[in-house]
Ligand binder design. Sequence first.
Ligand SMILES: [Fe+2]
Ligand SMILES: [Fe+2]
Length: 169
Amino acid sequence: MARTTNNRIQAKADRELFRRTVRSMARNEKVQSTRKLTQHGNVSVFAHSVAVAHYSVKLARALKLECDKRSLIRGAMLHDFFLYDWHKMHNAGDGLHGFAHPTTASKNAVRHFRLNKRELDIIRKHMWPLTLTKMPKYRESWLVCAADKYCSLMETFHLNNYDDHTFLR
Ligand SMILES: [Fe+2]
Ligand SMILES: [Fe+2]
């Protein structure tokens, strides 16, 4: 009984932190511009990033992992902050999209946000194991790395049931 109550309290606290953090970041015009960029299928980069943040927090709670949830959410929100249409391969000159976009995203992210080491690690390492030498260092980075793969898979096969607004209602 006590455990169920604690879980509920934790879930409510997570939800409030999630909404506050995502809404505050969404005020940034470059974050807003990701609503117009397609990630997979019919999902925008914005919707994908919000979904990855949502599932990262959910996974942390399910695994009862102590972590810095604010950094987890911020890193997830910026993990694909590459700001170009990757379907047209117009990237920022850092190389092939799959390998290079974490570097491009981290460069863009530090231009717009003051990031801590966990948030930066999340962005730079989220494509592991594709980027073989860039293995996540913090548990927050592992969580985003896993949630990103889950969301990408769902989106690629049109199995996602979320859009730009779903997790912010
Ligand atoms: Fe990515
Ligand atoms: Fe992603």
